[in-house]
Design a protein around this ligand. Structure first.
Ligand code: ADE
Length: 230
């Protein structure tokens, strides 16, 4: 898989993409993540990429030309499955959407800034808009990092068997059951006896029961969703 990220702040990705699981995926060449600084596509001598809104009001708007030039350069080189704009009014990211995107070959992610981007970019160039939640971030970069992380960890070969994405919270529509490690007793806090029993089928049944109880208590709407899909 290849992910091209168009941003005014490529350095914002240094931390998330050069550590832990994403770094391993990049090192193993399971994903190629390519940054594009939008200013490199400006024809302005000051590398300007934003301008005042025609409607007036506060805030600058990201201009169409540099974005179009950048996207056209990329789409001439290969076919893209989706050209994604990160935006609070996009489709809400969930595990189902991450699963779908993890099956794609080439993705572009455009990170917006300032007051927004020229609407014609969204109308003519973008194929999908994604929000990571009902709150406003200063720009799309953190959202693009979140979306990328949730996709990359699903790619075959990225996680080892023990950390398999199949056992993640939400992968079956439920939150994860609790997990424990040594020591068996800390202060007076004990690990549930069943986990020490060695009886695998009983342990699996316990995990499912815990996941269901937790989901019902913390995220009742997920249980409703599961019932509807039955
Ligand atoms: N850009 C600003 N806020 C955002 C959000 N909540 N999700 C995705 N992109 C954003």
């Amino acid at each position: 898989m290849r992910i091209d990220i168009i941003t005014l702040f490529p350095e914002m990705f240094d931390g998330p993409f050069t550590t832990s699981i994403i770094k391993r995926a990049v090192d193993k060449q399971l994903v190629e993540i390519v940054m594009h600084n939008l200013r490199d596509y400006s024809t302005d001598k000051h590398r300007k990429v934003d301008d005042y809104a025609f409607s007036g009001g506060a805030g600058m708007v990201m201009m169409i030309e540099p974005v179009d030039r950048c996207i056209s350069t990329l789409t001439k080189q290969r076919n893209y499955d989706e050209i994604i704009y990160l935006s609070p009014d996009g489709k809400r990211l969930d595990q189902g959407l991450s699963n779908q995107l993890s099956l794609k070959t080439n993705l572009i992610m455009l990170c917006g800034h300032y007051k927004g981007i020229d609407e014609r970019i969204r109308e003519h160039l973008i194929t999908m808009e994604i929000s990571i939640g009902d709150y406003v971030l200063s720009g799309g970069e953190l959202a693009a990092a979140v979306v990328t992380d949730s996709i990359v960890r699903l790619l075959p070969g990225v996680l080892s068997d023990e950390t398999s994405a199949l056992s993640d919270s939400f992968q079956h529509g439920l939150v994860s059951p609790p997990v424990y490690t040594r020591p068996r007793i800390y202060k007076e806090w004990e690990v549930p006896e069943i986990l020490l029993s060695g009886n695998e089928s009983k342990i699996e049944a316990w995990k499912l029961e815990q996941a269901l109880a937790r989901t019902a208590e913390r995220r009742p709407e997920l249980i409703e969703k599961l019932k509807k899909n039955e």
